[in-house]
Design a protein. Structure first.
Length: 477
């Protein structure tokens, strides 16, 4: 199994598509699946891409796609530029494909179309759309509520790669020069206009930053009282980070974002770079955002907009293309309490080998041990609310592993055990690579569980404990 992600990033297109593809890359990698970024670019991407497996190449060529895309590959395409012919090749040759879109740019071939946006207006039926599919990098996955300071003393300016030098120069003359009491942190590209860079460095209240990794970007945001930003991918990171901002529309694909921000009363005017009223609109909006109560009100309106689980949903849709809105992810320390409560349900204990109730202190010690051990693959069944709706756990013992599964009462009778077990076995192949067979110990009275494992391909091999416990075995391919 392999996932290939096709995108672009550079002076012409900016870096919004690349940053969200990096988030999808990391989600695939976290599942133990081979993944590669294929990027068309005109700049050095090392600071953004880091040590991820990335090929910089012009992939807008049909012959190239015919060579690299194979029938057992899963593909993601996020492009401003690629033609329908290119999408068609990827859709036909791959096992499954997802196409990210911001503007209904083309009529897409067979595949899953995702519109990651605050708005679902004008989205074709059948697409995956809305805030729950917004893609955030790992550093921005958790919602925070920073302290809003009385005065604006630090402002971050980050406007991406498109038209960056001329736009930054305008912002400097319109805003920075007129507010010497404020320190402005300006994010610039690696290959910036050297003359303009020297000019900016000569201004006492300006500090320049090169493109930085996501954790450093989050730090810059959290230290800022206000951010001036392009109205693209960065606004989502600001929303979940709880940082007030002034967005500027610099590309047509940002129009939907601007409309959504206005409808949610997060902005009062539409600041557009190419507009004849740009200077006046920017100065007015910046001045409006200076008072503490306005910035506080904006951040209060962020509540509940994003949950950070967009990458989980998108990758799950790519790999499994399910309609039951359930997906698997690796367990985290934050799941401990919900796993404990599920494990202690009477119907779960009834069919467990150890039927006694579990003490919280005992669970805490065991849970931390399992998370840290390489002998376990511990998966959580969840939905878009990120609640724990079940668990599937594999414990490796030499060349085999023992599976344990328990599901929430919400899922009982909905015939989801079989697809969830099948999905988890795909992840076992990637994480516990030396495992050759899976064993399941099932109560003879648990008819539903026996049927689910048999439908997956498990075969009953032995009776234990006076026929009360059955051993089922699944041979890994």
């Amino acid at each position: 199994m392999k996932v290939m992600i096709f995108t672009e990033g550079g002076k012409r297109t900016g870096f919004g598509h690349l940053t969200r593809c990096i988030a999808l890359y990391d989600e695939v990698k976290r599942r133990g699946i081979e993944v590669e970024l294929i990027v068309q670019s005109d700049v050095d991407l090392r600071n953004l891409v880091g040590d991820r497996y990335c090929t910089i190449i012009n992939w807008y060529i049909v012959d190239y796609l015919y060579r690299v895309v194979q029938s057992d590959f899963y593909c993601i395409v996020d492009s401003y530029i690629a033609t329908r012919d290119l999408y068609q090749v990827i859709a036909q040759r791959s096992k499954s494909a997802i196409f990210l879109d911001d503007t209904n740019r083309i009529h897409y071939p067979d595949g899953i179309v995702v519109h990651p946006s605050l708005s679902t207006n004008d989205v074709p039926s059948g697409s995956l759309a809305g805030p729950k599919y917004i893609i955030l990098r790992d550093a921005f996955r958790e919602e925070v509520r920073p302290f809003i300071r009385q005065d604006v003393t630090n402002v971050l300016i980050t406007v991406g790669g498109t038209l960056q030098p001329s736009l930054i120069q305008s912002i400097v003359h319109l805003i920075c020069f007129k507010h010497p009491e404020i320190t402005f942190h300006i994010l610039i590209g690696d290959k910036y206009d050297p003359i303009l860079e020297r000019e900016l460095l000569s201004v006492s209240n300006i500090i320049l930053h090169r493109y930085v990794p996501s954790h450093e970007m989050k730090r810059l945001m959290s230290c800022s009282d206000l951010v001036i930003t392009a109205a693209g991918q960065t606004i989502y990171e600001l929303i979940i980070s709880g940082v007030p901002f002034v967005p500027i529309k610099i590309a047509e694909n940002q129009e939907r974002n601007m409309l959504a921000l206005r409808s949610r009363k997060l902005i009062s005017s539409n600041v557009t770079w190419e507009s004849s009223t740009f200077a006046q609109d920017l100065q007015t909006e910046f001045k409006r955002m200076l008072p503490m109560h306005i910035r506080t009100k904006q951040t209060m309106n962020y509540d509940g907009l994003l949950d950070g689980n967009g990458p989980l949903r998108i990758i799950d849709s790519l790999l499994y293309n399910k309609g039951n809105n359930l997906f698997l992810r690796k367990a985290t320390l934050q799941d401990s309490r919900q796993v404990f409560e599920l494990s202690n349900q009477k119907y779960v204990r009834k069919y467990s080998i150890n039927q006694k109730s579990i003490l919280w202190e005992t669970h805490q010690i065991w849970y931390k041990k399992v998370l840290l051990s390489k002998q376990y693959l511990f998966l959580i069944v969840t939905d878009y609310s990120n609640q724990v709706l079940g668990q599937i756990r594999y414990e490796r013992i030499t060349n085999h592993a023992v599976i344990s599964i328990s599901l929430s009462e919400r899922l009982i009778g909905k015939r989801v055990s079989q697809p969830l077990i099948q999905q988890s076995l795909m992840m076992v192949q990637q994480v516990l690579k030396d495992v050759r067979e899976i064993k399941a110990y099932i109560s003879n009275e648990n008819i539903a569980s026996k049927k689910a494992f048999e439908r997956v391909g498990f075969e009953m091999k032995a009776h234990e404990d006076d026929n009360k416990l059955l051993t089922y075995i699944y041979k890994m391919e």
